[in-house]
Design a binder for this molecule. Structure first.
Ligand code: ZN
Length: 473
């Protein structure tokens, strides 16, 4: 033990030649030896990176991902889990990827939830008549045929609901929680109905999870808790939630009539859509690049997550068009059933985790394809140091940021199991303006921004897939 400490100390003070240090001393040793070699290797890709950037941003592929996205979403429309539209979308993509000449294009079957919104309607009857803009939340039950007419209790938090529990019985609970962040505030959408039901409410209406509104409801999945009565639940607009809060504050009695025909059917057949560029030297090793193909049933799902799916396809197209073939397999997956809790991706993980040691890097874009800033990365210190070098290759378009924590419902389980993960880091300040609403259309997308996102996605995935060694983990 003492000898090891002494040798480590000698390494540290540099008596031994840097590369000849006989002992592993973690990140420090890595930086003194292996790292220099890898950094040089990565820097050697600057010409290839420039070629990818030129093709994507100024060359023949300019605006291609945007045009493909517009064509796809204008043709197919929204793509809710279990819907005919989602089936058409998967068929459309399967054909398009084959036609593009990508390899191993195939579909992997998954059972996914099948919830249908049906007709829905909400009207404030007291203190005055006013039609509320609503969207039922995914997995909500419907109301009885004649609807529910009940008085309203407005609360701003779960705490307030618990304090005023006695007032909730027989009421429609309206949550007017402020938007803090999506991650924090979405709890109200996920748990609001069950929390309201626990104190005897007959329905719940949740202020849409968004920082911005033009009277737009924003839907999303919700979860009934076990052993709690199921009550109908929908989202309302910021405007209506705030107005009802003001009315309640003035002591006005509020009455709402709510009618929803939502229904859940048995799970439906669906597929994850896969295409590859097969690796030349280590074909069994994989860099996975992804977005999800399903969407909500409002708008066109162009932003969430048409953009992420389409730049993932574009990355493979760019690499193929340049005649490049990385050492490892580059695998693109368009997930199904993401909006219901990453159903397609979870099944994919369970089926493929037996090969987890061959997964080099998992990537997902699902926070919009706006102006890219870099990537968010999860991995150990050594792989982070390598990724920093990779990001330098994107200097020509000034997209070099390596932020903390890769994220994405569809890749989280891989990262939790120790596989390095990356998500596209964009200026997402407007993302939740449109998220899960009728406003999520191609109009939100910008071809120039998508060119840049595609370039980042292609350079990062190609270079990592082509390095001699897998990322350390
Ligand atoms: Zn999404």
């Amino acid at each position: 033990m003492a000898v090891i400490v002494l040798l480590a100390l000698i390494c540290f003070i540099g008596v031994f030649p840097l590369n000849g240090c006989p002992i592993k001393n973690g990140l420090q040793d890595f930086h003194m030896g292996t790292f220099d070699k890898i950094a040089k290797e990565v820097a050697g890709y600057s010409d290839v990176a420039q070629k990818i950037i030129d093709l994507a941003v100024n060359g023949k592929a300019q605006n291609r991902s945007y045009e493909r996205l517009a064509n796809f979403t204008d043709t197919v429309g929204s793509r809710l889990s279990g819907s005919k539209n989602l089936d058409s979308a998967i068929q459309y993509m399967y054909n398009a990827l084959k036609q593009d000449g990508l390899e191993n294009v195939h579909l992997e079957p998954v059972k996914i939830p099948h919830w249908v919104r049906g007709e829905e309607f909400a009207m404030m009857l007291e203190p005055r008549n006013h039609t509320l803009s609503i969207l039922g939340l995914g997995s909500s039950i419907g109301t009885p045929k004649e609807g529910i007419t009940a008085g309203v209790l407005v609360v701003h938090s779960f705490d307030e609901l618990h304090k005023r529990a006695r007032e909730a019985k027989g009421k429609i609970v309206v949550f007017n929680q402020p938007f803090v962040s999506y991650g924090e505030t979405v709890t109200y959408r996920a748990l609001g109905a069950s929390e309201a039901a626990k104190v005897g409410a007959v329905a719940s209406l949740i202020r849409s999870i968004t920082p911005f509104s033009i009277n737009s409801p924003h839907t999303g999945w919700q979860d009934y808790q076990p052993n709690v009565p199921k009550i109908p639940t929908a989202c309302i607009t910021i405007e209506d939630a705030e107005m009802m809060a003001r009315m309640a504050h003035r002591g006005k009695k509020i009455v709402i009539h709510l009618k929803m025909a939502a229904k859940t059917f048995p799970d439906a057949d669906s597929f994850n859509t896969v295409a590859e560029i097969i690796g030349s030297k280590y074909p069994e090793q994989v860099v996975l690049i992804s977005g999800h193909l399903d969407s909500w049933d409002v708008g066109q799902g162009a932003m969430d997550d048409g953009g992420g799916a389409l730049i993932s396809w574009e990355a493979l197209s760019l690499i193929k068009d340049l005649g490049l073939r990385p050492k490892r397999t580059l695998r693109m997956v368009m997930w199904t059933g993401e909006e219901q809790g990453g159903i397609g991706a979870n099944q994919y993980y369970n089926l493929h985790k037996v090969n987890i040691s061959n997964f080099d890097l998992v990537m997902e874009s699902d926070t919009g394809t706006f102006t890219p800033l870099g990537i968010e990365f999860t991995g150990n210190g050594e792989s982070r140091a390598i990724m920093k070098e990779v990001m330098k290759l994107l200097q020509p378009i000034n997209v070099t940021e390596l932020a903390d924590r890769g994220e994405g419902t569809d890749i989280n389980m891989w990262m939790e199991a120790g596989v390095p993960g990356a998500s596209l880091h964009v200026d997402s300040s407007r993302y939740f303006y449109f998220h899960h609403s009728d406003g999520d259309t191609v109009t939100v997308q910008n071809p120039i921004q998508m060119n840049l996102c595609s370039a980042v996605w292609a350079v990062v995935s190609y270079v990592v897939a082509d390095l001699e060694e897998m990322l350390p983990r």
